[in-house]
Design a protein around this ligand. Sequence first.
Ligand code: ASN
Length: 314
Amino acid sequence: MLSQLEDVVSYLKREDLLPILRIQTTVIKAIEDFMVSRGFVQLMPVITSRFTDPLGPDPGSSVIALPKIKYYDEELVLTQSMILHKQLALLTGAEKIFIMSPNVRLENRARRSSGKHLFEFTQMDFEIAYGTMEDVMSLTEDLVREVISRVVKERREELELLGRKLEVPPKPFKVYTTHELEEMYGKDWETAASLDHKYPFWAVCFKREFYDREDPERPGHYRNYDLIYPEGFGEGLSGGEREWEYDRITMRIKKDGLDPSRYREYLEVARRGLLIPSAGAGIGIERLVRFIAGTRHVGDVQPFRRVPGEPVIL
Ligand code: ASN
């Protein structure tokens, strides 16, 4: 036990950790400045609730259990993502919202070696009332370009120390459907496609959670998207336009084999016709910092690592 503690202490003293954390400081500041400059209202995160994102069925998810706590007579879950609360928060009248949102996802320990999985991380989650996928994709491109250009300007020394060369990617980013990517790189296209690109690009049309909107004109196609970082870093953001109509949501929940009673209050709001059409996304902070700093494993950007399959010491 003590030797593990010593390992953690020398891990904290690693010479690349502080430069990475300085880069992360700039990344967070640049994100917040950018979102506020675009008129977004910042909310505080929700960490406990009666319901959360089911994270499935999604081929990208491998959570082994829902994180739960008991509080008096109530069983609460920890946030896997704030998606359903983002939709509800639009009822405040704020048309654009963002949250630095901590998520707990109890991923399968096999995810240890993916280089990009954490069981506790933070995403900058945002939502735009009446927004479209095109709005979100364009905003994200501006955001990523702004963050990289701020880091290049303000963290030259740190980037040099880490041996990381960075370029602001040109806009617009390339867009591929998941069907095209499968044809080009096979079923597990993400790493190969990422290694094959010099700049971030979009993958669109994933069959996944009930809240991502099915294209009403092309059933079986979905108005959602992932941002994929180049050089093998892989997925960094996902989002979509949302389902907001009660009948569609309940149909999708049923199709996914989920228990509708878990979402009772959310569904009641939808049934009253109060959900607002919207689009949004969440960008993983640690993954963005990993990409910008050029770090091998996403855990390496955390002073207190939360990597699936690794023991938690501190
Ligand atoms: N944040 C994502 C979104 O807005 C959801 C997620 O993280 N699962 O779609």
